[in-house]
Design a protein around this ligand. Structure first.
Ligand code: GUN
Ligand code: FE
Length: 439
């Protein structure tokens, strides 16, 4: 219900509002979140202008139209900090493990994104998929082609989405049609940053794909970009698969280990999003913690490609910042709900627990902190950007059946994360405007 008034475009929403203030320290950490059973949000010019009890709605809005989402939960939009734009049609490719999957399917498919028209069409479909799954912000790898990143940035701009992407840098160990050079990868990334970083709600990430597909010269170039643009996130892959780790160590014999390869080139900083981090040594965990780099847990991908079990307790215990992500298309679901579900199972296999309050903190505020945007997204705090979603815990017959016996918020969230997917996302709002609704 958007209406133009003197104060700009206004959207008013009513529902059960839930958002987090910090990572829940335990199941009963009530200070970590706010739940308003009958809450209201007033959005003006893309931001949350007012939030509170519906009964306290400011008088000047009392007669306005509003969207009534009760009894559903309204949460900050999910944030996906590791996803591949050119892999929507790689999902569900019948591969064994990472290197076979990359060479057989992924490095073939990504060549198609050299065609700007194809990239533009797929950018629309990519953003549609994100929103249908309740993801309002992502940090996405493009293909090697600068035009792939441009297509995604342009599409996100038309929707006013907050989105980060970059063209991947890769100058070896891939088909010729999918490689750049140290110089062209640098130049193209530099041009993307100049044209797009900070425009609208967009950012550009420095994106060396992984150490296996970059020469020393390209790693140097990526490091130079990181030094010249400390405002930019860096996204890459680290320690996902044993074959990958051995190959990287053979290519960089002077490095202490895989993490050290990135660190030597200036790519291990508090802006670094390191996908996977499954097989790290104690030394590597120590360096991750000291530099402030983020370990990104990608459970559906790690299970699908048989990569291994991410040890969240060890990562967290070591003081490493962390996030959770889909990793489409090594990952098998676009849904952060399904991702939390698989994350729960990965941790349970190691004898650890993943409480739903922690899981929902991670997919919202936790991921916002990991990408350095917690002051703008990831909560429903007044003054932040109005990206939020509506979740129906009775979206399917199975969920409705289970919900008959649910009594607490934590139980409801656990039903959502264990049984939910895009069917549970009944609406998504981007910058205060509804972009997706199923009911
Ligand atoms: N390592 C290098 N590239 C990729 C990729 O596209 N997906 C995953 N899961 N791992 C990678
Ligand atoms: Fe990935």
């Amino acid at each position: 219900m958007a209406s133009g008034t003197q104060g700009g475009t206004i959207t008013i929403v009513r529902g059960r509002l839930l958002w987090f203030h910090h990572e829940p320290l335990g199941a009963d950490d009530e200070a970590s979140f706010t739940l308003i059973e009958d809450g209201g949000l007033v959005c003006r010019n893309g931001c949350i202008a007012w939030v509170g009890d519906w009964s306290d709605l400011p008088a000047d809005h009392r007669d306005a139209d509003y969207a009534d989402h009760r009894p559903h939960l309204v949460l900050p939009g999910f944030i996906d900090p590791h996803i591949h734009f050119p892999q929507g049609q790689v999902v569900a490719s019948y591969a064994g493990s990472l290197l076979e999957w990359l060479n057989t399917y992924t490095f073939i498919e990504e060549q198609r994104y050299g065609d700007p028209r194809f990239a533009a069409t797929m950018a629309k479909r990519f953003c549609d998929m994100l929103l249908a799954h309740g993801t309002t912000t992502c940090v996405a790898f493009g293909s090697v082609h600068k035009g792939s990143a441009t297509a995604l940035l342009a599409e996100a701009a038309t929707r006013n989405m907050r989105l980060v992407t970059g063209k991947v840098m890769m100058d070896r160990n891939a088909p010729e049609a999918l490689t750049d050079t140290a110089q062209s990868g640098y130049d193209d990334t530099k041009a993307l940053i100049a044209d797009w970083h900070g425009e609208a709600r967009l950012e550009v990430a420095i994106s060396p794909r992984f150490a296996l597909t970059s020469t020393d010269a390209q790693m140097e170039a990526a490091g130079a970009l990181a030094r010249e643009h400390p405002e930019c996130l860096i996204q890459t892959h680290l320690s996902e698969n044993h074959g990958e780790i051995e190959a990287v160590e053979a290519l960089f014999p002077d490095a202490a280990d895989y993490t050290d390869v990135y660190e030597r080139f200036g790519l291990l900083t508090d802006k670094s999003l390191m996908g996977h981090c499954i097989h790290l040594s104690a030394r590597e965990i120590g360096r991750m913690a000291e530099t402030g780099a983020v370990a990104v847990f990608c459970p559906t991908s790690n299970l699908f490609l048989g990569s291994g079990l991410f040890d969240l307790d060890r990562i967290k215990g070591g003081g490493v910042r962390h996030a959770i992500a889909t990793d489409i298309g090594g990952g098998t679901s676009w849904s952060l709900l399904k991702t939390l579900d698989e994350g729960y199972k990965v941790l349970n296999l190691q004898g650890h627990r993943y409480h739903p309050m922690r899981a929902f903190w991670q997919a919202t505020l936790g991921n916002a902190e990991a990408i350095g945007m917690a002051d703008r997204i990831g909560t429903l705090d007044a003054g932040t950007e109005a990206d939020f979603i509506v979740l129906d815990a009775r979206a399917t017959e199975a969920m409705a059946l289970r919900m008959e016996t649910v009594e607490t918020l934590a139980e409801e969230l656990f039903v959502l994360q264990t049984l939910g997917d895009d069917r549970a996302v009944t609406a998504a709002y981007v910058a205060g405007r509804i972009t997706h609704a199923t009911a």
